[in-house]
Design a protein around this ligand. Structure first.
Ligand code: GDP
Ligand code: IMO
Ligand code: MG
Length: 421
Protein backbone atom coordinates (compact mmCIF):
# COMPACT_ATOMS: atom_id res chain seq x y z
CA UNK A 1 0.00 0.00 0.00
CA UNK A 2 1.31 3.44 -0.85
CA UNK A 3 -0.22 6.88 -0.73
CA UNK A 4 1.91 9.21 -2.81
CA UNK A 5 1.45 12.91 -3.15
CA UNK A 6 2.28 15.19 -6.08
CA UNK A 7 2.54 18.94 -5.41
CA UNK A 8 3.82 21.98 -7.28
CA UNK A 9 6.91 23.68 -5.86
CA UNK A 10 6.64 26.99 -7.72
CA UNK A 11 3.70 29.20 -8.78
CA UNK A 12 1.69 26.44 -10.45
CA UNK A 13 1.74 24.95 -13.97
CA UNK A 14 4.83 22.90 -13.19
CA UNK A 15 3.48 19.94 -15.15
CA UNK A 16 1.50 18.24 -12.37
CA UNK A 17 -1.02 16.84 -14.85
CA UNK A 18 1.72 15.14 -16.84
CA UNK A 19 3.43 13.72 -13.75
CA UNK A 20 0.17 12.57 -12.11
CA UNK A 21 -0.77 10.77 -15.33
CA UNK A 22 2.68 9.15 -15.38
CA UNK A 23 2.34 7.89 -11.80
CA UNK A 24 -1.35 6.90 -11.85
CA UNK A 25 -0.81 3.50 -13.46
CA UNK A 26 -0.99 1.49 -10.24
CA UNK A 27 -3.36 3.71 -8.24
CA UNK A 28 -6.92 2.79 -7.32
CA UNK A 29 -7.86 6.41 -6.62
CA UNK A 30 -6.39 9.68 -7.87
CA UNK A 31 -7.53 12.46 -5.56
CA UNK A 32 -7.70 16.23 -5.86
CA UNK A 33 -7.59 17.76 -2.38
CA UNK A 34 -7.68 21.55 -2.79
CA UNK A 35 -8.47 24.30 -5.25
CA UNK A 36 -11.12 24.13 -7.91
CA UNK A 37 -11.32 24.96 -11.58
CA UNK A 38 -8.68 27.64 -11.17
CA UNK A 39 -6.38 24.69 -11.96
CA UNK A 40 -5.60 23.59 -15.50
CA UNK A 41 -3.78 20.28 -15.78
CA UNK A 42 -2.58 19.04 -19.16
CA UNK A 43 -2.13 15.38 -20.03
CA UNK A 44 -0.73 14.28 -23.38
CA UNK A 45 -1.05 10.69 -24.47
CA UNK A 46 0.24 10.00 -27.97
CA UNK A 47 -1.51 12.66 -30.09
CA UNK A 48 -4.35 13.33 -27.65
CA UNK A 49 -4.19 16.36 -25.34
CA UNK A 50 -6.55 16.67 -22.37
CA UNK A 51 -6.91 19.82 -20.27
CA UNK A 52 -8.64 19.12 -16.97
CA UNK A 53 -9.69 21.79 -14.49
CA UNK A 54 -11.50 19.90 -11.75
CA UNK A 55 -11.54 16.22 -12.73
CA UNK A 56 -8.45 14.45 -11.38
CA UNK A 57 -5.87 13.64 -14.07
CA UNK A 58 -5.89 9.91 -13.22
CA UNK A 59 -9.21 9.39 -15.05
CA UNK A 60 -7.28 9.44 -18.33
CA UNK A 61 -5.63 6.18 -17.20
CA UNK A 62 -9.08 4.85 -16.22
CA UNK A 63 -8.57 5.41 -12.49
CA UNK A 64 -11.27 6.56 -10.08
CA UNK A 65 -11.00 10.31 -9.66
CA UNK A 66 -11.95 11.69 -6.27
CA UNK A 67 -12.81 15.34 -5.66
CA UNK A 68 -11.81 15.64 -2.02
CA UNK A 69 -13.49 17.68 0.69
CA UNK A 70 -10.79 20.37 0.50
CA UNK A 71 -11.79 21.32 -3.05
CA UNK A 72 -14.33 23.89 -4.16
CA UNK A 73 -16.61 22.71 -6.93
CA UNK A 74 -18.40 24.53 -9.72
CA UNK A 75 -21.01 21.94 -10.80
CA UNK A 76 -21.46 23.52 -14.22
CA UNK A 77 -17.75 23.20 -14.98
CA UNK A 78 -17.64 19.61 -13.73
CA UNK A 79 -20.66 18.55 -15.81
CA UNK A 80 -19.18 20.20 -18.91
CA UNK A 81 -15.85 18.49 -18.32
CA UNK A 82 -17.57 15.09 -18.00
CA UNK A 83 -19.45 15.70 -21.27
CA UNK A 84 -16.25 16.74 -23.07
CA UNK A 85 -14.43 13.61 -21.90
CA UNK A 86 -17.34 11.37 -22.90
CA UNK A 87 -17.24 12.87 -26.38
CA UNK A 88 -13.65 11.65 -26.52
CA UNK A 89 -14.61 8.16 -25.36
CA UNK A 90 -13.47 8.58 -21.78
CA UNK A 91 -16.19 7.87 -19.27
CA UNK A 92 -14.63 9.28 -16.10
CA UNK A 93 -15.18 7.30 -12.92
CA UNK A 94 -15.74 9.88 -10.21
CA UNK A 95 -16.47 10.28 -6.53
CA UNK A 96 -17.21 13.62 -4.89
CA UNK A 97 -16.77 14.13 -1.17
CA UNK A 98 -20.10 14.96 0.46
CA UNK A 99 -18.28 17.78 2.25
CA UNK A 100 -17.10 19.68 -0.85
CA UNK A 101 -18.06 23.37 -0.92
CA UNK A 102 -19.91 24.63 -3.97
CA UNK A 103 -18.93 27.67 -6.02
CA UNK A 104 -22.16 29.66 -6.29
CA UNK A 105 -23.07 32.38 -8.82
CA UNK A 106 -22.46 35.14 -6.25
CA UNK A 107 -18.91 33.87 -5.67
CA UNK A 108 -18.07 34.39 -9.32
CA UNK A 109 -19.63 37.86 -9.34
CA UNK A 110 -17.74 38.89 -6.21
CA UNK A 111 -14.37 37.53 -7.40
CA UNK A 112 -14.46 39.81 -10.44
CA UNK A 113 -15.81 42.77 -8.46
CA UNK A 114 -13.03 42.59 -5.88
CA UNK A 115 -10.41 42.55 -8.61
CA UNK A 116 -11.92 45.66 -10.25
CA UNK A 117 -11.87 47.59 -6.99
CA UNK A 118 -8.26 46.58 -6.31
CA UNK A 119 -7.13 48.13 -9.62
CA UNK A 120 -3.35 47.87 -9.95
CA UNK A 121 -3.24 46.07 -6.56
CA UNK A 122 -5.33 43.23 -7.95
CA UNK A 123 -4.23 39.63 -7.38
CA UNK A 124 -4.93 38.63 -10.95
CA UNK A 125 -7.18 35.76 -9.91
CA UNK A 126 -8.61 33.30 -12.41
CA UNK A 127 -12.04 34.85 -11.78
CA UNK A 128 -13.61 31.49 -11.06
CA UNK A 129 -15.06 32.43 -7.64
CA UNK A 130 -12.39 30.50 -5.74
CA UNK A 131 -11.50 33.13 -3.11
CA UNK A 132 -15.11 34.09 -2.29
CA UNK A 133 -16.10 30.41 -2.04
CA UNK A 134 -13.29 29.58 0.39
CA UNK A 135 -14.09 32.77 2.34
CA UNK A 136 -17.69 31.60 2.78
CA UNK A 137 -16.48 28.13 3.79
CA UNK A 138 -14.34 29.57 6.58
CA UNK A 139 -17.10 32.02 7.55
CA UNK A 140 -19.43 29.00 7.76
CA UNK A 141 -21.75 30.29 5.09
CA UNK A 142 -20.86 27.71 2.50
CA UNK A 143 -23.17 25.48 0.50
CA UNK A 144 -21.87 21.92 0.40
CA UNK A 145 -22.59 19.41 -2.32
CA UNK A 146 -24.70 17.41 0.12
CA UNK A 147 -27.03 20.43 0.34
CA UNK A 148 -27.72 20.13 -3.38
CA UNK A 149 -29.58 16.89 -2.81
CA UNK A 150 -31.69 18.20 0.06
CA UNK A 151 -34.19 20.84 -1.05
CA UNK A 152 -35.09 21.97 2.45
CA UNK A 153 -31.51 22.39 3.49
CA UNK A 154 -30.49 24.27 0.32
CA UNK A 155 -33.49 26.58 0.50
CA UNK A 156 -33.00 27.48 4.15
CA UNK A 157 -29.28 28.14 3.61
CA UNK A 158 -29.95 30.33 0.58
CA UNK A 159 -32.62 32.21 2.55
CA UNK A 160 -29.92 33.02 5.08
CA UNK A 161 -27.09 33.77 2.62
CA UNK A 162 -28.74 35.59 -0.29
CA UNK A 163 -29.95 38.66 1.64
CA UNK A 164 -26.39 39.07 2.98
CA UNK A 165 -24.91 38.81 -0.53
CA UNK A 166 -27.49 41.23 -1.83
CA UNK A 167 -26.35 43.77 0.80
CA UNK A 168 -22.72 43.18 -0.12
CA UNK A 169 -23.61 43.72 -3.81
CA UNK A 170 -25.05 47.13 -2.85
CA UNK A 171 -21.81 48.13 -1.15
CA UNK A 172 -19.90 47.12 -4.27
CA UNK A 173 -22.38 48.95 -6.50
CA UNK A 174 -23.40 45.72 -8.26
CA UNK A 175 -26.89 45.99 -9.73
CA UNK A 176 -27.74 42.32 -9.79
CA UNK A 177 -30.73 40.64 -8.18
CA UNK A 178 -30.05 37.12 -6.96
CA UNK A 179 -33.22 35.16 -7.68
CA UNK A 180 -33.42 32.71 -4.77
CA UNK A 181 -35.95 30.37 -6.39
CA UNK A 182 -34.06 30.23 -9.65
CA UNK A 183 -30.71 29.57 -7.96
CA UNK A 184 -32.34 26.93 -5.77
CA UNK A 185 -33.90 25.23 -8.78
CA UNK A 186 -30.68 25.31 -10.83
CA UNK A 187 -28.54 23.92 -8.02
CA UNK A 188 -31.07 21.22 -7.09
CA UNK A 189 -30.90 20.17 -10.72
CA UNK A 190 -27.09 20.00 -10.45
CA UNK A 191 -27.62 17.93 -7.30
CA UNK A 192 -29.76 15.44 -9.23
CA UNK A 193 -27.02 15.07 -11.82
CA UNK A 194 -24.21 14.76 -9.30
CA UNK A 195 -25.99 12.55 -6.74
CA UNK A 196 -24.51 9.32 -8.08
CA UNK A 197 -20.99 10.58 -7.37
CA UNK A 198 -21.50 11.93 -3.84
CA UNK A 199 -19.93 9.80 -1.10
CA UNK A 200 -18.17 10.03 2.26
CA UNK A 201 -14.95 9.71 0.27
CA UNK A 202 -12.71 9.73 3.35
CA UNK A 203 -14.20 6.33 4.26
CA UNK A 204 -13.61 4.97 0.75
CA UNK A 205 -10.00 6.16 0.89
CA UNK A 206 -9.49 4.70 4.35
CA UNK A 207 -10.85 1.33 3.17
CA UNK A 208 -8.63 1.44 0.10
CA UNK A 209 -5.60 1.92 2.37
CA UNK A 210 -6.75 -0.97 4.61
CA UNK A 211 -7.10 -3.16 1.50
CA UNK A 212 -3.49 -2.44 0.57
CA UNK A 213 -4.33 -0.44 -2.56
CA UNK A 214 -2.42 2.60 -3.86
CA UNK A 215 -3.67 6.16 -3.82
CA UNK A 216 -2.22 9.14 -5.66
CA UNK A 217 -2.96 12.62 -4.34
CA UNK A 218 -2.95 15.34 -6.99
CA UNK A 219 -2.08 18.84 -5.83
CA UNK A 220 -3.22 21.90 -7.71
CA UNK A 221 -1.51 25.30 -7.93
CA UNK A 222 2.00 25.54 -6.47
CA UNK A 223 3.45 26.01 -2.98
CA UNK A 224 4.19 29.70 -3.60
CA UNK A 225 0.44 30.19 -4.08
CA UNK A 226 -0.32 28.63 -0.69
CA UNK A 227 -2.49 30.91 1.43
CA UNK A 228 -0.08 30.73 4.39
CA UNK A 229 3.34 30.03 2.90
CA UNK A 230 3.01 31.64 -0.53
CA UNK A 231 3.69 35.21 -1.60
CA UNK A 232 0.65 36.42 0.38
CA UNK A 233 -1.62 38.19 -0.53
CA UNK A 234 -0.71 37.23 -4.12
CA UNK A 235 -1.78 33.65 -3.55
CA UNK A 236 -4.79 31.43 -3.98
CA UNK A 237 -7.11 30.75 -1.01
CA UNK A 238 -6.34 27.13 -0.18
CA UNK A 239 -3.66 25.02 1.46
CA UNK A 240 -1.55 23.94 -1.47
CA UNK A 241 1.30 22.39 0.51
CA UNK A 242 1.63 18.72 1.52
CA UNK A 243 -0.33 19.15 4.77
CA UNK A 244 -3.29 20.38 2.72
CA UNK A 245 -3.65 16.89 1.29
CA UNK A 246 -4.48 15.45 4.68
CA UNK A 247 -6.97 18.20 5.50
CA UNK A 248 -8.48 18.01 2.03
CA UNK A 249 -9.02 14.22 1.89
CA UNK A 250 -9.26 12.93 5.44
CA UNK A 251 -6.24 10.68 4.91
CA UNK A 252 -4.16 10.89 8.09
CA UNK A 253 -0.65 12.27 7.61
CA UNK A 254 1.04 9.08 8.77
CA UNK A 255 -0.32 7.26 5.73
CA UNK A 256 1.48 9.42 3.20
CA UNK A 257 4.62 7.82 1.76
CA UNK A 258 6.38 9.86 -0.93
CA UNK A 259 5.90 13.60 -1.29
CA UNK A 260 6.88 14.38 -4.86
CA UNK A 261 7.61 18.02 -5.61
CA UNK A 262 7.18 19.03 -9.24
CA UNK A 263 9.64 21.64 -10.42
CA UNK A 264 9.78 23.22 -13.85
CA UNK A 265 13.40 23.58 -14.99
CA UNK A 266 12.85 27.35 -15.01
CA UNK A 267 10.24 29.58 -13.33
CA UNK A 268 6.84 30.82 -14.48
CA UNK A 269 4.02 32.72 -12.86
CA UNK A 270 0.53 33.79 -14.02
CA UNK A 271 -1.21 36.72 -12.37
CA UNK A 272 0.29 39.45 -10.22
CA UNK A 273 2.77 39.35 -7.36
CA UNK A 274 6.53 39.24 -6.93
CA UNK A 275 8.75 36.94 -8.96
CA UNK A 276 12.42 37.69 -8.27
CA UNK A 277 13.84 35.86 -11.31
CA UNK A 278 11.38 37.26 -13.86
CA UNK A 279 13.10 38.11 -17.14
CA UNK A 280 11.97 41.15 -19.08
CA UNK A 281 14.41 40.68 -21.96
CA UNK A 282 14.60 38.43 -25.01
CA UNK A 283 15.60 35.45 -22.83
CA UNK A 284 12.23 35.68 -21.06
CA UNK A 285 10.41 35.89 -24.38
CA UNK A 286 12.42 32.90 -25.59
CA UNK A 287 11.35 30.76 -22.60
CA UNK A 288 7.73 31.84 -23.04
CA UNK A 289 7.68 30.94 -26.73
CA UNK A 290 9.70 27.74 -26.52
CA UNK A 291 7.82 26.58 -23.40
CA UNK A 292 4.46 27.65 -24.85
CA UNK A 293 3.83 29.42 -21.57
CA UNK A 294 0.21 30.45 -21.75
CA UNK A 295 -2.27 29.69 -18.94
CA UNK A 296 -4.20 26.44 -19.35
CA UNK A 297 -7.22 27.99 -17.61
CA UNK A 298 -7.20 31.66 -18.60
CA UNK A 299 -4.84 31.66 -21.63
CA UNK A 300 -2.94 34.56 -20.07
CA UNK A 301 0.76 34.66 -20.96
CA UNK A 302 2.88 33.28 -18.14
CA UNK A 303 5.72 35.43 -16.84
CA UNK A 304 9.02 33.58 -17.30
CA UNK A 305 12.41 33.57 -15.63
CA UNK A 306 15.38 31.46 -14.60
CA UNK A 307 15.02 28.70 -12.04
CA UNK A 308 14.68 30.13 -8.54
CA UNK A 309 15.97 27.63 -5.99
CA UNK A 310 15.23 29.91 -3.03
CA UNK A 311 11.51 29.38 -3.56
CA UNK A 312 11.87 25.67 -4.34
CA UNK A 313 13.94 25.19 -1.17
CA UNK A 314 11.15 26.97 0.72
CA UNK A 315 8.68 24.48 -0.79
CA UNK A 316 10.88 21.50 0.11
CA UNK A 317 11.01 22.69 3.72
CA UNK A 318 7.31 23.39 4.24
CA UNK A 319 6.18 20.13 2.64
CA UNK A 320 9.04 17.77 3.61
CA UNK A 321 9.40 16.90 -0.06
CA UNK A 322 11.06 13.50 -0.44
CA UNK A 323 11.62 13.44 -4.22
CA UNK A 324 11.65 15.89 -7.08
CA UNK A 325 10.27 15.61 -10.59
CA UNK A 326 11.91 18.11 -12.94
CA UNK A 327 9.79 19.05 -15.96
CA UNK A 328 10.34 20.93 -19.22
CA UNK A 329 14.10 20.39 -19.20
CA UNK A 330 13.84 20.24 -23.01
CA UNK A 331 12.78 23.91 -23.10
CA UNK A 332 16.32 24.85 -22.02
CA UNK A 333 17.91 22.88 -24.87
CA UNK A 334 20.17 24.88 -27.17
CA UNK A 335 20.67 27.80 -24.81
CA UNK A 336 24.36 28.79 -24.59
CA UNK A 337 24.11 29.57 -20.85
CA UNK A 338 21.48 28.72 -18.27
CA UNK A 339 21.19 30.27 -14.83
CA UNK A 340 20.00 29.19 -11.41
CA UNK A 341 19.14 31.64 -8.64
CA UNK A 342 20.72 30.39 -5.42
CA UNK A 343 20.19 33.37 -3.10
CA UNK A 344 18.69 36.84 -2.99
CA UNK A 345 20.21 40.20 -2.19
CA UNK A 346 17.91 42.14 0.10
CA UNK A 347 18.97 45.64 1.18
CA UNK A 348 22.59 44.82 0.38
CA UNK A 349 22.59 41.54 2.35
CA UNK A 350 22.66 38.03 0.93
CA UNK A 351 19.74 35.88 2.12
CA UNK A 352 18.70 32.33 1.21
CA UNK A 353 15.07 32.33 2.35
CA UNK A 354 11.79 33.85 1.26
CA UNK A 355 10.80 36.81 3.46
CA UNK A 356 7.22 36.94 4.76
CA UNK A 357 6.88 40.64 3.99
CA UNK A 358 5.76 41.06 0.39
CA UNK A 359 7.49 44.47 0.21
CA UNK A 360 10.78 42.76 1.02
CA UNK A 361 10.16 40.01 -1.56
CA UNK A 362 9.57 42.78 -4.10
CA UNK A 363 13.03 44.16 -3.32
CA UNK A 364 14.86 40.81 -3.56
CA UNK A 365 17.41 40.65 -6.37
CA UNK A 366 18.51 37.20 -7.54
CA UNK A 367 22.07 35.91 -7.18
CA UNK A 368 22.79 33.59 -10.11
CA UNK A 369 25.07 30.66 -10.74
CA UNK A 370 25.71 30.27 -14.45
CA UNK A 371 25.89 26.91 -16.24
CA UNK A 372 27.05 25.94 -19.73
CA UNK A 373 24.08 24.95 -21.87
CA UNK A 374 23.56 21.75 -23.85
CA UNK A 375 22.33 21.09 -27.37
CA UNK A 376 19.46 18.64 -27.79
CA UNK A 377 18.08 15.88 -25.61
CA UNK A 378 17.16 12.80 -27.56
CA UNK A 379 13.37 12.38 -27.23
CA UNK A 380 13.85 8.63 -26.81
CA UNK A 381 16.31 9.07 -23.96
CA UNK A 382 15.16 6.87 -21.06
CA UNK A 383 18.09 6.97 -18.66
CA UNK A 384 19.52 9.78 -16.64
CA UNK A 385 23.00 8.70 -17.70
CA UNK A 386 22.11 9.32 -21.36
CA UNK A 387 21.35 13.01 -20.79
CA UNK A 388 23.90 15.55 -22.12
CA UNK A 389 26.78 16.14 -19.69
CA UNK A 390 25.86 19.77 -18.99
CA UNK A 391 22.20 18.90 -18.41
CA UNK A 392 23.32 16.33 -15.82
CA UNK A 393 25.51 18.97 -14.15
CA UNK A 394 22.51 21.31 -13.98
CA UNK A 395 20.36 18.61 -12.40
CA UNK A 396 23.01 17.39 -9.95
CA UNK A 397 23.48 20.95 -8.73
CA UNK A 398 19.72 21.19 -8.04
CA UNK A 399 19.75 17.91 -6.08
CA UNK A 400 22.69 19.07 -4.01
CA UNK A 401 21.35 22.52 -3.32
CA UNK A 402 17.92 21.19 -2.31
CA UNK A 403 19.31 18.13 -0.58
CA UNK A 404 16.55 16.16 -2.30
CA UNK A 405 16.89 13.47 -4.98
CA UNK A 406 15.47 13.92 -8.45
CA UNK A 407 13.21 10.97 -9.18
CA UNK A 408 12.06 11.78 -12.68
CA UNK A 409 13.00 14.19 -15.45
CA UNK A 410 10.44 15.17 -18.05
CA UNK A 411 11.71 16.07 -21.51
CA UNK A 412 8.43 16.55 -23.33
CA UNK A 413 4.69 16.80 -22.63
CA UNK A 414 3.94 13.18 -23.60
CA UNK A 415 3.61 10.32 -21.13
CA UNK A 416 6.58 8.55 -22.68
CA UNK A 417 8.92 11.54 -22.66
CA UNK A 418 9.95 10.78 -19.10
CA UNK A 419 13.24 9.66 -17.63
CA UNK A 420 13.50 7.80 -14.36
CA UNK A 421 16.64 8.60 -12.38
P1 GDP B 1 -0.01 21.82 -14.33
O1 GDP B 1 -1.02 22.86 -14.01
O2 GDP B 1 1.07 21.74 -13.31
O3 GDP B 1 -0.62 20.47 -14.61
O4 GDP B 1 0.69 22.30 -15.68
P2 GDP B 1 -0.04 22.85 -17.00
O5 GDP B 1 -0.70 21.73 -17.70
O6 GDP B 1 -0.87 24.04 -16.68
O7 GDP B 1 1.20 23.40 -17.81
C1 GDP B 1 2.28 22.59 -18.15
C2 GDP B 1 2.45 22.61 -19.67
O8 GDP B 1 3.70 22.07 -20.00
C3 GDP B 1 1.42 21.76 -20.40
O9 GDP B 1 1.15 22.33 -21.64
C4 GDP B 1 2.15 20.42 -20.56
O10 GDP B 1 1.68 19.67 -21.67
C5 GDP B 1 3.56 20.88 -20.79
N1 GDP B 1 4.62 19.98 -20.34
C6 GDP B 1 4.64 19.18 -19.24
N2 GDP B 1 5.84 18.58 -19.13
C7 GDP B 1 6.57 19.01 -20.17
C8 GDP B 1 7.93 18.77 -20.57
O11 GDP B 1 8.70 18.06 -19.95
N3 GDP B 1 8.35 19.41 -21.71
C9 GDP B 1 7.55 20.23 -22.43
N4 GDP B 1 8.05 20.82 -23.52
N5 GDP B 1 6.28 20.47 -22.08
C10 GDP B 1 5.81 19.88 -20.94
P1 IMO C 1 -2.50 24.80 -11.66
O1 IMO C 1 -3.13 23.72 -10.81
C1 IMO C 1 -1.05 28.87 -12.02
C2 IMO C 1 -3.05 31.89 -9.56
C3 IMO C 1 -3.84 32.95 -10.32
C4 IMO C 1 -3.68 34.12 -9.38
C5 IMO C 1 -3.74 33.46 -7.99
C6 IMO C 1 -5.11 33.52 -7.33
O2 IMO C 1 -2.89 24.71 -13.08
O3 IMO C 1 -1.04 24.86 -11.42
P2 IMO C 1 -7.41 32.24 -7.72
O4 IMO C 1 -8.30 32.20 -8.91
O5 IMO C 1 -6.93 30.92 -7.27
O6 IMO C 1 -7.97 33.06 -6.59
O7 IMO C 1 -6.11 33.07 -8.23
O8 IMO C 1 -3.37 32.12 -8.19
N1 IMO C 1 -3.42 30.49 -9.87
C7 IMO C 1 -2.68 29.69 -10.64
N2 IMO C 1 -1.55 29.93 -11.34
N3 IMO C 1 -1.59 27.64 -12.00
C8 IMO C 1 -2.69 27.37 -11.27
O9 IMO C 1 -3.19 26.13 -11.12
C9 IMO C 1 -3.32 28.44 -10.59
N4 IMO C 1 -4.42 28.54 -9.82
C10 IMO C 1 -4.46 29.80 -9.38
O10 IMO C 1 -3.27 33.19 -11.58
O11 IMO C 1 -2.40 34.67 -9.52
MG1 MG D 1 -1.90 24.54 -14.89
Amino acid sequence: MTVNLVIGTQWGDEGKGKVVDFFSGDAEYVVRFQGGNNAGHTIKVENEIYKLHIIPSGVIQGKIGVIGNGCVLDPLVLLKEITELKKRNINPQLLISDRVNIIMPYHKILDGADEKILGDKKIGTTNRGIGPCYSDKIARKGIRVIDLINEESLKSKLEMIIPIKQKIFKVYGINKILDLNKICETYLDFGKKLKKFIRPTHIYLSNSIKDGKNILLEGAQGSLLDVDFGTYPYTTSSHVIAAGSSIGTGIGMKNINEIIGIMKAYTTRVGEGPMPTELFDEEGVYLQKKGNEFGTTTSRPRRCGWLDLVIVKHSCIISSITKLAVTKLDVLNRLKKVKICTDYILDGKKINFLPADINEVNKCKPVYKEFEGWSEINKNCKNFSDLPKNAKKYLRFIEEKLDTPINIVSIGPGRKETIIN
